[in-house]
Design a protein around this ligand. Structure first.
Ligand code: ATP
Ligand code: MG
Length: 339
C-alpha cells in the first residue's frame, strides 16, 4: 500500500501521570518542537485517558494535565503551528478505540512489553484499560491518519502494534483507509535511563524522585541528583566503543549529547578521559542552562490555569474537526448506520 496519498502528519502524546522528566523532554518534546515546520502538520496531545489506566487522584490529574501542557508550550510547541489539546476533550479517540478493540487480538496485547512490565506478577489486579491501552494509542494516531509518530524507544512496540491494527483493519474490510504509520525514534536520547539503575528507563511514574530529573527541578536539585547518580568507578573512555557494558556511563554521556545537540563521540572528545568529579558537574550545569528557562516559563504558565484550559479547548476544537470525518468514514466502512 502506498503511503504517499496521506498528508505528512505527526501525532504524539504524553500521559499526565506525573510531572515531566528529562526523558520526556529529550525523548519526545524536544523532538516534537523540531518537527514543527512546513514538512508536517503536527498534532500533540496530553493523553489523560491513558493516565487513568492506573488510578489518579482527580485534583492531581487536573494539575498534571496543565503541567504537561505547560511543559510542551514552554519548550516551544507553538499552539498556532501545532494542534495542542487534551485527549478526553475529543471523544472521537474513545469511539475509534472501541472499534480497534474489536480489530486487535488478545495475543497481540499479551505480548506488549509495557503491559508485562507494568502488570508484573499481578496482572489479574490490573485495569482492563491498562491491557487495552495500545488499542487506544492506535486510535489516537490513526484518528488523524498520522504518518509519523516521534516517540522514545519504549513506545516502539506500541507504534508497531498500531501498524498491525491499521493493516488488519484495511485487510478485513478490504479498504486502503488507514496509513501504515512510521515510528520516528532518533537522536542520542531515545531511551534516557534511570539515574539509580542504568538498566531501567527514567519514568515520571518511577518510585524514587532521585532516579529522575524533573523538568521543574531547581538547579541545586539537578546538581544533587547527577552527583548521586550511580556510575562505575572508571573515567570516561576516549571513544564511544568504550561505553560498551557501561550503561550508567553511556546514559550520562547520551544525556549530555542530547542537551548540547552534539554526538556522544563529540562529548567524549570534549572530556577526554575525564573522571566523574569533572563530568557530573559539567552535565548538571548544562542541564540547568537548558531546563531553567523552560521551568521558569512553565511556572508562569501554570500560574494562569484558565489560559491553559482556553488553549487546550481551542486545540480540541481543531482536533475534532480533523477527527470527525475520519471517524465517520470508519463507521461507514464497518457498517454502522448513521443519519
Ligand atoms: P509513565 O511512567 O507514566 O509511563 P513516562 O515517563 O514513561 O511515564 P509517557 O507519558 O509514557 O511517559 O511517555 C511520553 C513520551 O515520552 C513517549 O514518547 C515516550 O517514549 C517518551 N519517554 C518516556 N520516558 C522516556 C525515556 N526515559 N527516554 C526517552 N523517551 C522517553
Ligand atoms: Mg511510559
Amino acid at each position: 500500500m502506498s503511503e504517499s496519498r496521506f498528508t505528512p502528519r505527526v501525532f504524539s502524546g504524553i500521559k499526565p501521570s506525573g510531572g515531566l522528566t528529562l526523558g520526556n523532554y529529550l525523548g519526545a518534546i524536544k523532538r516534537w518542537v523540531d518537527m514543527q515546520g512546513p514538512e508536517f502538520e503536527t498534532i500533540y496531545c496530553v493523553v489523560d485517558l491513558h493516565a487513568i489506566t492506573v488510578w489518579q487522584d482527580p485534583a492531581e490529574l487536573r494539575a498534571a494535565t496543565r503541567e504537561v501542557a505547560a511543559g510542551m508550550l514552554a519548550s516551544g510547541i507553538d499552539p498556532e503551528r501545532s494542534v495542542l489539546f487534551n485527549q478526553s476533550q475529543v471523544s472521537q479517540h474513545s469511539e475509534l478505540a472501541w472499534i480497534f478493540n474489536c480489530v486487535a487480538r488478545m495475543g497481540w496485547m499479551n505480548r506488549m512489553t509495557q503491559w508485562k512490565e507494568k502488570a508484573g506478577k499481578n496482572a489479574e489486579a490490573q485495569s482492563l484499560g491498562l491491557f487495552a491501552y495500545p488499542s487506544l494509542m492506535a486510535a489516537d494516531i490513526l484518528l488523524y491518519h498520522a504518518t509519523h509518530v516521534p516517540v522514545g524507544e519504549d513506545q516502539k512496540q506500541h507504534v508497531e502494534l498500531t501498524r498491525d491494527i491499521a493493516a488488519k483493519f484495511n485487510h478485513d474490510y478490504k479498504v486502503d483507509f488507514f496509513p501504515i504509520t512510521e515510528p520516528v525514534i532518533e537522536g542520542p536520547a531515545m531511551r534516557v535511563m534511570n539515574l539509580r539503575d542504568g538498566t531501567r528507563k527514567m519514568s515520571k511514574s518511577g518510585e524514587s524522585d532521585m532516579e529522575r530529573i524533573n523538568m521543574t527541578d531547581d538547579a541545586d536539585t539537578i546538581a544533587r541528583k547527577f552527583q548521586k547518580a550511580r556510575t562505575d568507578a572508571s573515567p570516561l573512555p576516549e571513544i564511544v566503543d568504550g561505553l560498551e557494558g557501561r550503561p550508567e556511563a553511556r546514559n550520562l554521556v547520551e544525556i549530555y549529547a542530547s542537551l548540547a545537540d552534539i554526538t556522544p563521540a563529540e562529548v567524549l572528545a570534549r572530556f577526554p578521559g575525564a573522571g566523574w568529579g569533572t563530568f557530573k558537574p559539567a552535565l548538571a550545569e548544562l542541564a540547568v542552562e537548558k531546563l531553567a528557562p523552560i521551568s521558569r516559563e512553565m511556572k508562569r504558565l501554570t500560574s494562569d490555569p484558565a489560559e491553559i484550559d482556553r488553549l487546550l479547548a481551542r486545540g480540541a476544537e481543531r482536533a475534532r474537526e480533523l477527527a470527525q470525518p475520519i471517524l465517520d468514514r470508519t463507521l461507514d466502512i464497518v457498517g454502522m448506520v448513521r443519519g
